[in-house]
Design a protein around this ligand. Structure first.
Ligand SMILES: [Zn+2]
Length: 153
């Protein structure tokens, strides 16, 4: 069932209808991951004592309502670190899945990326024994490149 719904998403992307939005979503996720990793790096410097908590970015401070006037709870900071870490992992998983979908969408759906179509036919030799003939021809949809049409990508 999961595979089935994944395939229909792939099919829609192949149609080219959702390809642009999938690309945009991938860019957004990558930008989000960059921000999460920057937040994590900042926070780890604070936890390691190489950066004062007052020098955290204002974005971090407002996002997590961190008290910078001192007495910042290390337990709280560890909690934020865990949260950021799991968000970064989730984002990574989404990026991986989307990249996979986009890679599949770039493959010609007719020949599955091989660039050729194989036809089998069974004929009879003079002794009436079946002989299988294989005919390989260039894929008519992608012209043998194995890639989806340029306008679809
Ligand atoms: Zn093809």
């Amino acid at each position: 069932m999961r595979l089935h719904s994944g395939m229909s998403e792939e099919a829609r992307i192949r149609d080219g209808i959702e390809l642009a939005s999938a690309r945009k979503r991938l860019q957004e996720l990558e930008a989000r991951k960059t921000v999460l990793l920057a937040h994590l790096a900042e926070l780890r410097q604070v936890l390691a004592g190489t950066r004062p908590v007052s020098e955290l970015s204002s974005e971090m401070i407002s996002r997590f309502t961190i008290d910078v006037r001192g007495a910042t709870d290390r337990f709280l900071l560890r909690g934020i670190e865990d949260k950021l870490d799991s968000l970064a992992r989730e984002t990574d998983a989404k990026i991986f899945k989307l990249k996979e979908l986009l890679a599949h969408a770039a493959i010609c759906p007719r020949c599955n990326g091989s660039g050729s179509i194989v036809k089998e036919s069974v004929e009879r030799d003079p002794d009436n024994a079946p002989v299988t003939h294989m005919t390989v021809s260039s894929c008519p949809q992608c012209g043998g490149s194995g890639k989806a049409e340029a306008e679809m990508i």
